[in-house]
Design a protein around this ligand. Structure first.
Ligand SMILES: [Zn+2]
Length: 407
């Protein structure tokens, strides 16, 4: 009995890492909260045991100390739009620890992401990756996933990739089918549902999901408390998402007229959150060989949609679509979000408190606060001076374990 207990305690400690104290940094505990200069954060069993000015927070003897003098600490970031879909990550069961860790570092750990929402992948594979991370075998973020998306036609830009990797995701044929698919995904362990309410086809055509199909999928998902994401593509895709009760727009919409205050008010009445993925449009414009001028115009349109949404009081969730794109650096996204008029507090909220609240993790993460998971980002520079400091991560800490340390 005693041996079993000792073993249990040991394994818990191994998973969470030894106790740790971060000293000397300026801590921004939450968006809009006052910064704490020369702070101490004490981490015990993967949780924050204490946080405050050095003068009032004692460091228990024997605790390992990480000197963070001159640095800046915020809560660990969420990326609410990623895909566990790269050639390496698609082999979550068989790929080596080295290969997977390298990919997880490149995509997530070095950017400060301690939680990611995968919004289209292969569910069984993504769950296998999550298990290997949660067992402590791999260094990576907490993964939430929707698994396979629902679409009336697969989008043109993923067809070749699906075929070459032997992945088949059937089309949804009716409202009843949508219901059955959502039910099965929930049973198999998905945390949410993704609907392509608009799916881009050849020659700029869009296959839109009929409203009754959207409604059926959403109703079934909400019965299981699963949030529903939509890829809208055009105005019709936006319209059925709003009327169908979707919770989160996975992108700004490339083929939509400008977003008016009235339209934003409708989105808000529908309790719709928005993931801007502005970097994606830069990536796509470059891929399509657009001129610099065309690319800027396209990005300006997306920035305008985010500006209208944010200034209208909409809830923004940070997300970049990595795993579909390979633009892993987050500086451009922060720059474009600022260009849309978002303040540091608003951007920080989109990375921390907004997704934590939206997805039911308030109290567990999203703030640097006693009792929450010790999910932290240590940055070299002050984000209050330049928001792109959030892209220059010195350490990423997940549940008290340092999962990334910049060279
Ligand atoms: Zn995506």
């Amino acid at each position: 009995m005693r041996a079993a207990l000792a073993l249990f305690l040991f394994s818990t400690a191994a998973l969470h890492g030894a106790d740790l104290a971060l000293t000397g940094a300026t801590v921004y505990p939450a968006p809009a909260a006052q910064g704490i200069p020369d702070a101490v954060i004490v981490i015990h069993n993967g949780h924050i045991a204490a946080v405050g000015p050095r003068a009032v927070v004692p460091i228990p003897s024997g605790t390992r100390v990480l000197d963070c003098s001159g640095k800046f600490i915020v809560a660990g970031f969420w990326n609410s739009h990623v895909h566990i879909f790269t050639p390496v990550l698609l082999h979550a069961r068989d790929a080596s620890v080295g290969e997977l860790n390298e990919q997880l570092d490149t995509m997530f750990n070095r950017c400060g992401f301690t939680t990611v929402y995968d919004i289209a992948s292969v569910l069984a594979n993504t769950l296998a990756l999550r298990r290997r991370i949660e067992s402590g075998e791999l260094r990576g973020p907490h993964i939430l996933t929707v698994g396979e998306p629902l679409w009336t036609e697969p989008p043109i830009y993923v067809r070749d990739y699906l075929t070459s990797n032997g992945i088949q995701i059937p089309v949804v044929t009716s409202a009843q089918d949508a219901r059955a698919r959502v039910k099965a995904l929930g049973k198999d362990g998905a945390n949410g549902v993704k609907l392509f309410t608009g799916s881009l086809q050849a020659n700029g055509k869009v296959s839109n999901m009929p409203l009754e199909m959207v409604r059926a999928g959403v109703e079934e998902a909400h019965r299981d408390n699963l949030p529903v994401f939509a890829h809208p593509q055009n105005v019709e895709g936006l319209e059925v998402a709003i009327r169908g009760g979707v919770d989160i727009l996975a992108h700004t919409a490339p083929d939509s007229p400008p977003w008016t205050p009235e339209f934003v008010a409708r989105l808000r009445r529908a309790h719709m959150a928005l993931i801007p993925t502005l970097t994606l449009f830069d990536f796509e414009a470059r891929k399509a060989g657009a001129s610099d001028e065309e690319r800027e115009q396209w990005i300006d349109k997306m920035v305008s949609e985010l500006r209208a949404f944010s200034q209208g009081g909409g809830e923004v969730l940070f997300g970049t679509d990595i795993g579909y794109t390979d633009h892993y650096d987050t500086a451009l996204e922060f720059t474009l979000m600022s260009r849309a008029g978002m303040t540091l507090d608003q951007i920080l909220a989109s990375l921390t408190t907004n997704p934590a609240r939206r997805f039911g993790f308030s109290g567990k993460c999203g703030r640097v606060e006693k009792g929450t998971d010790a999910d932290l980002v240590v940055a070299d520079d002050d984000p209050a001076k330049d928001v792109t400091a959030l892209s220059k991560v010195r350490f990423t800490i997940r549940q008290g374990t340092i999962v990334y340390s910049s060279p």
